[in-house]
Unconditional design. Structure first.
Length: 664
């Protein structure tokens, strides 16, 4: 026997002696829990406000499995087969991704052409796995639900991070195995990288606490810690080397860790808002740590959590979780585009949407993902010959290919048209919001004027007699001016009397709101020139409490406060009460309720506001919903933002309520 033969024999023996990788069925259960959380968040965020945290679960599991497989392969063969690794990832990921991109593009081309804007770039950047950075570069907010038309691909940012990870991580693992070698040291290096990523997220948030956190949500650099924690676990917790038997005490310890982790994950899923500062200042890192602990427990064959998370239902959802995740948002966008009364059917419509997602994901799994993954490309010529051979009885492949060809063709037409649709299809609403937001100089001047006006009003209010006389004088002046010098007469047809218009000229208010208030700001500013309005696209309650506190601290919070929040998502009673505490009991608060018929939280938000008015004596609810709900022609196609016809009604009604409340 030659020396080369003896060497090959030794390597074969070593390979045979290495433990083989086992399939951990409980990970399907974790994937199922993750995808359920994400879908519930997108459907009913008022109930599952932390459901988006299902994504870090996917990332931790992915980090663990990929690294575990790479390390095991290196120990078995002495190398990492990059070619096989990348081909497996391509076979696994691209068929479903291409299908959802082109099927959605075809739908947009035929039925929802206002979403053609940037469609070609969305598809291209998704195919090249850089979509998350494109979203950041183009200011695509994860939380702006209406301003520019929701992208049906918003959720695919996570696939880009996974794709970047698959491309870079095998090289890093090989470097660690060759140069660091010791498992604990390798894990320490990866944990250190995870800590740096989490610290970078916290630092960026601390520098801009009131900014839209989408940059932190999308960034590879700020989200890598979830994957890295799972990867670090793989170095010290290799699945093939975990014993099937442990002392009872150790087994119970595992189960205890798993129970604490699972309970912690569930609590955060129901309570941690996606715009909460706590999320970016360590909350998401803490969630990922809990997910890593649960992954470790599920991976160990001596614990009970693998069996707990193993059942036919979880196995089914877990095996289809990729397709379910891919299709969820496009289905929701398409459904809610056709059915705009979602708020009136908070139970029925989500059930229908989930059913559609499952059916489409199943079809994708059976006829696209699995066939492509198992296809032997050496038989491509034979397969094609059978496809065109009419004597072959099975017509299923022909039907699938024909449908795919039609979808591909229609989707391609949309992609060709998309570059030319950029200017034409940008909505008037988007232009209006951008124009209003860009007026920073005027906003600064209004802020300075508001501070001066507020300081003067406080000085007058210090003397109750003077304040009373000032109020009487203002009322008398308004009566006189109504006769001699009428103002804003064009608003009289919207229900405002000239006396009310005169009084509105003297009212100083501070307004905090979302894109609906931002859209109506020019009209509000015209009616109430002493108003300072701080409105922002995608703003939610969780991010507004700090902003309100900042206004109070800097002297920019008037005695009359106007709030317009709830369009972009629900809020808890605790958050509402915290906002009212910041404003204080001595200020008069006017809160505009919401008209957002395409979202399930419309009615719960309005019910909560009505209940709050009974708890706070200084709170008045402006019933914009009741006033406007029967006038669909007042709104843009999203049925949320007032259009040029509805905006004067919006501003006039709010002004009338404020004038009546302040002077009552």
């Amino acid at each position: 026997m030659s020396q080369q033969q003896r060497k090959l024999k030794r390597e074969a023996k070593l390979t045979a002696d290495r433990p083989k990788r086992r399939y951990i069925t409980g990970f399907d259960g974790l994937r199922a829990l993750g995808v359920i959380g994400v879908i519930m968040y997108h459907l009913r965020p008022e109930l599952f406000q932390g459901g988006y945290l299902g994504v870090p679960i996917f990332m931790v599991v992915s980090g663990y499995l990929i690294t575990d497989g790479l390390v095991m392969q290196y120990h078995r063969t002495g190398r990492i087969d990059f070619k096989t690794f990348f081909l497996k990832r391509i076979r696994r990921l691209y068929p479903g991704l291409i299908a959802v991109l082109f099927a959605t593009s075809a739908y947009i081309t035929l039925f929802n052409r206002q979403l053609l804007h940037h469609l070609h770039m969305m598809v291209l950047t998704n195919l090249t796995y850089v979509y998350n950075w494109w979203q950041i570069a183009h200011g695509q907010s994860y939380f702006a639900r209406f301003a520019n038309g929701e992208s049906p691909f918003t959720h695919l940012w996570t696939l880009s991070i996974e794709g970047q990870y698959y491309l870079i991580w095998p090289v890093i693992v090989l470097g660690l195995l060759v140069f660091v070698k010791h498992r604990t040291k390798m894990a320490s290096v990866v944990v250190a990288l995870a800590v740096v990523s989490a610290a970078w997220m916290a630092l960026l948030f601390a520098l801009h606490p009131t900014a839209d956190p989408s940059r932190l949500y999308y960034g590879t650099d700020t989200r890598a810690f979830s994957i890295l924690l799972g990867a670090a676990l793989a170095f010290v917790w290799p699945s093939a080397e975990l014993s099937d038997h442990l002392p009872k005490a150790a087994s119970w310890t595992l189960d205890g860790i798993g129970s604490v982790s699972l309970v912690g994950l569930l609590i955060m899923t129901f309570t941690l808002s996606a715009q909460s500062g706590a999320l970016y200042l360590g909350g998401m890192f803490g969630f990922s740590l809990l997910a890593t602990a649960l992954v470790a427990v599920v991976a160990h064959p001596a614990g009970h959590f693998n069996r707990l998370l193993t059942n036919p239902f979880f196995a089914y959802l877990g095996s289809r979780s990729y397709g379910i995740y891919l299709y969820q948002f496009p289905v929701m966008i398409a459904f809610e585009h056709q059915f705009t009364d979602v708020a009136d059917h908070p139970l029925l419509y989500p059930v229908i949407e989930v059913a559609l997602i499952l059916v489409i994901a199943e079809l994708s799994y059976r006829f696209i993902e699995q066939p492509v993954a198992k296809f032997d490309y050496r038989q491509l010529r034979t397969w094609f010959a059978q496809l065109v051979d009419r004597r072959v009885a099975d017509r299923t492949p022909r039907i699938v290919v024909a449908i795919a060809a039609v979808i591909l063709a229609i989707g391609s037409v949309g992609l060709v048209q998309a570059p030319h649709a950029t200017a034409v299809h940008e909505s008037q609403l988007a232009k209006r919001l951008k124009q209003t937001k860009a007026d920073k100089l005027a906003q600064k001047k209004r802020l300075a004027a508001a501070k001066a006006s507020i300081a003067k009003a406080k000085s007058v209010a210090a003397n109750s007699v003077a304040a009373s006389k000032s109020k009487e004088a203002a009322s008398a002046a308004a009566e006189s001016a109504a006769q001699k010098h009428p103002v804003n007469q064009k608003y009289e047809k919207y229900g405002l009397t000239q006396v009310e218009l005169q009084k509105a000229q003297q009212i100083g208010i501070t307004g905090v709101g979302d894109s609906v208030m931002l859209d109506g700001q020019p009209w509000l500013q015209e009616l109430m020139p002493h108003a300072y309005i701080e409105a922002k696209v995608a703003r939610q309650m969780s991010a507004s409490i700090g902003q309100m506190q900042n206004l109070a601290n800097t002297g920019a919070l008037a005695q009359v406060v106007l709030v317009g929040l709830g369009t972009n998502g629900p809020f808890s009673r605790q958050q509402f009460d915290a906002m009212m505490r910041v404003i204080g009991p001595t200020r008069q608060v006017f809160w505009i309720n919401v008209r957002v018929p395409t979202r399930s939280w419309q009615n719960p938000v309005n019910a909560q506001l009505a209940a709050a008015a009974k708890r706070f004596r200084n709170l008045t609810i402006i019933d914009w919903y009741g006033y406007s709900n029967s006038h669909k022609d007042w709104f843009y196609p999203d049925q949320v933002h007032p259009n040029p016809k509805g905006a004067p009604h919006y501003a006039a009604y709010i002004t009338k309520c404020i004038v009546a409340g302040v002077h009552s």
